[in-house]
Design a protein. Structure first.
Ligand code: GLA
Length: 379
């Protein structure tokens, strides 16, 4: 059963009528450009065909009632009296309501059921998908215009200030603005996007290591602080503004760790722009090489990979038909991403899964992905 049917039928059972609307917002996989977003740099993610769906109808009393089918939990809150209650997933819904109201949107309440198939905690942005699906739900009942960058910024604000995770803008932006069949080069300084097609006859394969990050917020925040310190050292607003030439000439006064952190971000920015150019040329080999180099930089300079991710990337890179592979997302655990010859995708998936299982003694999940569109109204 499709998730659209699933949420529609569940709404019917829960509320005794058909839903007035169904909205969906996708998770994402980042092809390249990691930890560059909060350095005002470039990222190159695509929205995936795994998403969060909400079936809903308007309520006249200013309340929001949501039932999560995956967790079998419900939440109820009043738009006039929002309170943080440490309710897990429900705080993403409340946080978006809070951020929208803070920005001056007049919100109408709604009731609905929510379900998704974005693996949680895997680095595929299940939380951004909840945020943007929620924003779409409010937009469709309240009737304000849909502005993807503005909605992305409010989703990020909800996550930063309501949930308390200090993430950048990439995940919300691609979930809001993704394009079917394309990845988006996003300039995280001004949120300008350029859509780029996958090279002909290639597919993107997500390789889930079956490891999950634990408490890594502190590692994420530490990386952010190191990047900000490096930008200050160079006397520039962000590492985005530091060229590789400037880095090579002047990095000598940085401590060794900060120097490596900065080198990752500066080189990753250049790789990301080059990757978008390779995609425009249809150059799968060039794109794959940049992905491989990105992994080395994350592993050695930024130090956000992990043993399972390194095994998975090696398993993928050894397989015929693989143009390149790297860990993807915030890091430490979760997923790798590979660019693969389309005709070899099934064999690739089976062989990499078996090899990883043998080497890591963990059972991976493999998804051959399609680039989907960003947050949308389906019904
Ligand atoms: C997480 C954050 C993003 C980005 C990535 C790393 O997914 O939410 O903003 O910083 O990590 O590229």
């Amino acid at each position: 059963m499709s998730l659209q049917t699933h949420v529609t039928q569940a709404f019917q059972i829960h509320f005794g009528a058909a839903p007035a609307f169904v909205v969906r917002a996708p998770g994402r996989v980042n092809l390249i450009g990691e930890h560059t977003d909060y350095n005002d740099g470039f990222v190159l993610p695509m929205a995936i065909d795994h998403a969060v769906w909400i079936a809903l109808r308007l309520r006249q009393d200013g309340q929001v009632h949501v039932h999560s089918l995956d967790l079998d939990r419900s939440t109820t809150f009043d738009l006039a009296a929002l309170r943080y209650q440490d309710e897990g997933w429900a705080e993403y819904v409340k946080g978006v309501a809070w951020a929208l109201q803070e920005a001056g949107y007049a919100l109408i309440g709604w009731e609905g059921v929510l379900a998704g198939d974005v693996p949680r905690g895997a680095g595929l942005s299940s939380s951004a998908a909840v945020e943007l699906a929620t924003a779409r739900a409010f937009q469709v009942v309240s009737g304000f215009p849909w502005d993807p960058p503005a909605m992305a910024r409010l989703g990020q604000k909800a996550e930063n200030q309501w949930v308390g995770m200090n993430c950048g803008i990439m995940d919300q932006m691609i979930s809001a603005a993704g394009e079917a069949g394309h990845a988006l080069l996003i300039d995280c300084r001004n949120l300008e996007t350029t859509s780029v097609p996958l090279p002909p006859d290639t597919v993107v394969v997500i390789l889930d290591t079956a490891t999950r990050r634990g408490l890594v917020d502190s590692a994420y925040n530490e990386r952010r602080a190191q990047c900000e310190a490096a930008a200050r050292y160079f006397g520039l607003p962000a590492l985005r503004d530091v060229s590789m030439e400037r880095f090579v000439a002047d990095a000598g006064g940085l401590d060794e760790v900060t120097m490596r952190r900065a080198r990752h971000v500066i080189s990753e920015n250049a790789r990301t722009v080059a990757a978008a150019e390779a995609m425009q040329r249809g150059d799968a080999v060039g794109l794959g090489r940049l992905m491989d180099a990105s992994h080395v930089s994350m592993r050695d300079d930024f130090e956000i990979s992990g043993p399972a991710l390194n095994i998975m990337v090696a398993c993928a890179q050894e397989e015929p038909g693989c143009f390149g592979a790297r860990m993807t997302g915030g890091g430490f655990a979760g997923c790798a991403v590979a660019l693969v010859q389309a005709s070899m995708a099934e064999e690739f998936a089976a062989n990499v899964a078996a090899r990883y299982q043998a080497r890591a003694d963990l059972t991976p999940a493999v998804y051959v992905c399609e680039a989907s569109e960003g947050a949308s109204i389906v019904l």
